[in-house]
Design a protein around this ligand. Structure first.
Ligand code: NAP
Ligand code: G3H
Length: 486
């Protein structure tokens, strides 16, 4: 037991307003993907301790739901300010913990502060309303339904390694805003950055028990957390594999899930090729392609494919590859050896099956050099699997309908892009793609954060985005007035 955030590089958990260590004495070493140095240690909590967290969250929520929304919003504004002021400090942790470069880390933290402020603005304007009964046949003027929004209770927020701050806060802020309490289970690799975030919410005045954290490996305590009887809602971002597992083992628990993707960029004959290249490069390769919305395959009309490939090759050769401690980099070490081995396996499979390696294909430790394959065929793993790494396959197609058919013949359905100067063609493609969002003449991406963000098929369940997240983590309550006329 301790009451400090960190003691000798060992980070504690926020439980019922106190920073506590685990009674088991078990900790997990967080090693940097850059050079294996120990960034710090986090607690490996026991199931008994997990019970205490959920009990505290349940108790606190009954108080928090009654705090007026303007007061809850004020605390969020304060949290946003503290987070923004700490951007450099948090970024220093992120650089080592998840190997994200400084510019991207600072930008993730600042985007998070904007997200929280916008959430506070939005929740104050979440409308309820009244519905007159008289509009329904047979009803009269004496019935009125007053409809308002209620929180769900205890939200279990589970976030992934690639945005440990932003994808934790994008669950925490809307959940708190509408009156839920939160238990955050951050990714193990990324947990120190996420614990820092929780500390700032706590310092901003979120009352004890309303925000709590649980650290420990998902493989050890994950199932226990998601099936815990005191959890009212699970908001999960991560792999499709873990998402599907959670969905199988939970029952009667509402779920919001943002999972994997295989976002396609479809390049039509009349596209502005230079603009498409610029978008594809940043969409596919930033943070080494470790983004759910990374551009993960190109479907290009044969007539313009040579030009596209040669321009992509040139731009890829100019990407900055290296350790994020040495400056802002496009390509950084992947999160762990397993991830790098997986991506290498996809590269070897494509080579073996006869894809043309245009550039890259090599590896140094956890760094996979940015790789472009041309003439990828549909029997290759890289045509369908999500690499979560800097490897981009080009599939040449004869016409737009072939591109749409290949794009849709995927287990995933997060986003897709279409590049064309013809608005009619853009709408033709957008209408037929089985995804949550179609970007016209832009890379696939989540923001701006008040837009709806969702995946279909194996890419997710439910909708995020500031207003949508608030709505997902709340329910309607109707109070019906029955006016008696004497
Ligand atoms: P992951 O391995 O699925 O882990 C995500 C989170 O789930 C981590 O906090 C992890 O904890 C936890 N977890 C693992 N097993 C669990 C279990 N049995 N029960 C409950 N929680 C469990 O994903 P990742 O490697 O961090 O992230 C990469 C993947 O996430 C990619 O597939 C990517 O596409 C997807 N992603 C999707 C979106 C989106 O918005 N669609 C955004 C970001 C990432 P531990 O770290 O302790 O294992
Ligand atoms: O990794 C998944 C994130 O939700 C993607 O967000 O498009 O802003 O990089 P982003």
């Amino acid at each position: 037991m301790s009451n400090s955030f960190v003691n000798d590089d060992v980070y504690n958990n926020l439980v019922d307003g106190q920073w506590v260590s685990s009674e088991t004495g078990k900790t997990i070493e967080i090693k940097s993907p850059i050079d294996n140095r120990i960034v710090g240690k986090v607690q490996s909590m026991s199931t008994k301790e997990v019970d205490e967290v959920f009990k505290a969250a349940k108790k606190a929520q009954t108080m928090w739901r009654n705090v007026p929304v303007n007061k809850r919003a004020d605390i969020l504004y304060k949290a946003a300010k503290l987070i923004e002021e700490s951007a450099e400090e948090i970024a220093e942790i992120m650089i080592y913990e998840i190997a994200k470069d400084k510019k991207s880390s600072v930008s993730e933290v600042k985007r998070t502060a904007d997200f929280i402020r916008f959430t506070a603005d939005t929740v104050k304007n979440i409308e309820g309303g009244s519905i007159p009964g008289e509009s329904f046949p047979g009803s009269d003027r004496n019935k009125i339904s007053i409809v308002k929004r209620e929180p769900l209770g205890v939200i279990l927020a589970i976030s992934p390694f690639n945005y440990p701050v932003n994808l934790s806060a994008s669950k925490i802020a809307p959940a708190l805003a509408i009156g839920n309490s939160v238990v955050l289970k951050p990714p193990t690799q990324g947990s120190i950055s996420a614990l820092y975030l929780a500390k700032l919410f706590h310092e901003a005045g979120v009352p004890r028990g309303v925000i709590n954290t649980i650290t420990g490996r998902g493989s050890e305590i994950g199932d226990y957390c998601v099936t815990h009887p005191l959890v009212d809602f699970i908001n999960f971002t991560g792999s499709t594999q873990v998402g599907q597992h959670i969905s199988k083992i939970t029952s009667m628990k509402p779920l919001l899930m943002e999972l994997g993707g295989k976002d396609a960029a479809i390049i039509l004959e009349d596209a502005d090729i230079n603009d498409a290249v610029k978008n594809i490069i940043s969409g596919a390769f930033s943070y080494s392609g470790q983004r759910c919305t990374a551009v993960k395959r190109i479907l290009v009309m044969k007539s313009i494919a040579d030009e596209l490939v040669s321009k992509l090759k040139y731009s890829i050769s100019n990407l900055k590859v290296g350790n994020p401690t040495e400056g802002d980099m496009d390509i950084v070490p992947l999160i762990d050896d397993k991830a790098a081995d997986f991506v290498e396996g996809l590269i070897e499979d494509a080579k073996k099956k006869g894809a043309d390696l245009v550039i890259g294909g090599n590896r140094e430790g956890r760094i996979i050099y940015p790789t472009l394959f041309d003439n990828v065929t549909l029997d290759m793993r890289i045509a369908w699997e999500e690499p979560f790494g800097p490897v981009l396959p080009i599939i040449r197609v004869n016409n737009v309908d072939e591109a749409i058919a290949i794009a849709n013949n995927s287990e995933y359905g997060l986003q897709s892009s279409v590049f064309t100067k013809n608005i009619n063609n853009a709408f033709y493609v957008a209408d037929k793609l089985e995804v949550g969002t179609v970007q016209v003449n832009n890379k696939t991406e989540r923001g701006p954060d008040h837009f709806p963000f969702l995946g279909v098929k194996s890419s997710g369940l439910g909708t995020q985005g500031i207003r949508y997240s608030i709505e997902s983590m709340s329910r309607l309550k109707a109070i019906v007035l029955n006016i008696k006329n004497n």
